[in-house]
Unconditional design. Structure first.
Length: 341
C-alpha cells in the first residue's frame, strides 16, 4: 500500500500571494453579522464556556432533540472523539476522502481498512465494497475531494446492528437543499458530522458538531476535553443555526452551484477530465502530468490542491476550489497553455 501524507491539507499550498484554489473555506472572512456576534461575546470571556444554547439551536435547525447534538471544536475534533470513544475491531474508511478520519483512527491505535472507490465508476459509493465485518465505517457526503454526493438510501443501507456509520457532511450545507442528508434522522448506528467552518469563513474558530443517538453523544462527550468549544465558537454555532443564517447559506450554495458550472464547462472546453458528477464547491480533475501543471500554475500565481496525498488517487489528480466566475476565468486562461488548450 503506498504511503500517503495524511496530514497534508490545502492550507500548506497557499501563501506567497497566490490566488487560492487549494483551500475549500468559501468565504474569505466571516460575514459582518457573524463578526458582530463574535465581538459581542468578548466581554464574557472570563467565564468558562457553556455550549448548551448552541446545542439547542443546532437541534432546532435539524429537527432533532438537544440530546442528539454534541458541539465540537470543528468536525476534526469529532473524528478524534469517535476514534477515542469506540474500540472498532474492523474500522473502514471509504476513500478517496478527507484524510483526518483515517489519521484519527491510526492515532488512536486502530488498524484501518481502506475501501477504494474506483475512478472508473465515478467514485460512486458501492455498499457492496464495505466488508460485512466492518463495525465502524467513515464516508464523506458530499465527499472531499471527489465532490460526489452519495444517495441517502445507499448510506442507510450501510447500517446494521453492531456497526456505527459516520457520515461526514462537512460540505452538505454547500449543496442547495441539502439533499441526501441524514442529519434530520435519528437512525440506530448513524453518526452525522457537520462543520460550520467552510461556509462561514471561521476555520480559525473551530466550530462543528455531531448528530447521533443520545447514547453515542454521551460516549463522545465522555472523552471530549472539558470546555473544548470556546464561548465565541458556541456563539457562532447558535448564530449560524438560526433561520436567517441557514437561508443565507442556501443562497451561497446556489451561487456556488452556478460558479461551479462555469469552472466545469471551462475545464471541459480545455479537454480536462472532471471526475464524477461534482456537487460540492470543489472539483477533482485528472490530468496527465498534474504535478508539473501544479508547479507551473504556482509560477502563474495560482495554488491548487495536489491529489496524490489522498488514498485512492495518484500523481495525475488535482482538486480545484470553486471561486467567483472572474477568478475562475482568469484561472482557466492560466491553465489553457499548460494543457495544450
Ligand atoms: C470533508 C471534510 N470534513 C471535515 C473537515 C474539517 O472541518 P473542520 O474545520 O470543521 O474541522 C474538512 C476540512 O477540510 C473536510 O474537508
Amino acid at each position: 500500500m503506498p504511503a500517503y501524507d495524511l496530514d497534508h491539507h490545502g492550507d500548506r499550498e497557499v501563501g506567497d500571494g497566490l490566488v487560492d484554489l487549494a483551500v475549500n473555506v468559501r468565504l474569505a472572512a466571516p460575514p459582518d453579522w457573524l463578526r458582530a456576534e463574535l465581538a459581542g461575546c468578548l466581554a464574557d470571556l472570563a467565564a468558562y464556556p457553556d455550549a448548551r444554547a448552541a446545542a439547542e439551536a443546532i437541534a432546532r435547525r435539524h429537527g432533532r432533540a438537544p440530546a442528539d447534538v454534541l458541539p465540537t471544536a470543528g468536525a476534526a475534533e469529532a473524528f478524534t472523539l469517535l476514534a477515542t470513544a469506540f474500540r472498532p475491531r474492523h474500522a473502514v474508511v471509504v476513500h478517496p476522502q478527507f484524510t483526518e478520519p483515517e489519521a484519527a483512527l491510526r492515532g488512536a491505535g486502530h488498524p484501518v481498512h481502506r475501501v477504494l472507490l474506483p475512478a472508473s465508476a465515478g467514485f460512486v459509493l458501492d455498499a457492496g465494497l464495505v466488508p460485512a465485518e466492518a463495525d465502524l465505517v467513515f464516508v464523506g457526503n458530499p465527499t472531499n475531494p471527489t465532490s460526489v454526493l452519495h444517495p441517502a438510501p445507499v448510506l442507510r443501507g450501510l447500517l446494521r446492528p453492531g456497526r456505527v456509520v459516520v457520515v461526514d457532511e462537512a460540505f452538505l450545507d454547500a449543496v442547495p437543499g441539502e439533499p441526501e442528508s441524514l442529519a434530520g434522522e435519528r437512525l440506530p448506528g448513524a453518526v452525522v458530522v457537520r462543520s460550520l467552518t467552510k461556509t462561514w469563513g471561521i476555520a480559525g474558530l473551530r466550530a462543528g458538531y455531531v448528530l447521533a443517538e443520545p447514547e453515542v453523544v454521551a460516549r463522545l462527550r465522555a472523552v471530549q476535553p472539558p470546555w473544548s468549544v470556546s464561548t465565541p465558537a458556541a456563539v457562532a454555532m447558535a448564530a449560524c443555526s438560526g433561520r436567517d443564517a441557514v437561508a443565507q447559506a442556501e443562497g451561497l450554495a446556489r451561487t456556488a452551484e452556478r460558479d461551479r458550472a462555469v469552472l466545469v464547462a471551462g475545464l471541459r472546453e480545455l479537454g480536462v477530465e472532471v471526475a464524477g458528477e461534482p456537487r460540492a464547491p470543489f472539483v477533482l480533475v485528472r490530468l496527465p502530468g498534474a504535478a508539473r501543471v501544479r508547479l507551473a500554475l504556482r509560477e502563474a500565481g495560482y495554488a491548487v490542491r495536489r491529489g496524490d496525498t489522498f488514498p485512492g488517487l495518484g500523481p495525475d489528480w488535482l482538486r480545484l476550489a470553486v471561486r467567483d466566475p472572474a477568478t475562475t476565468r482568469a484561472f482557466l486562461a492560466a491553465l489553457a497553455p499548460l494543457v495544450g488548450g
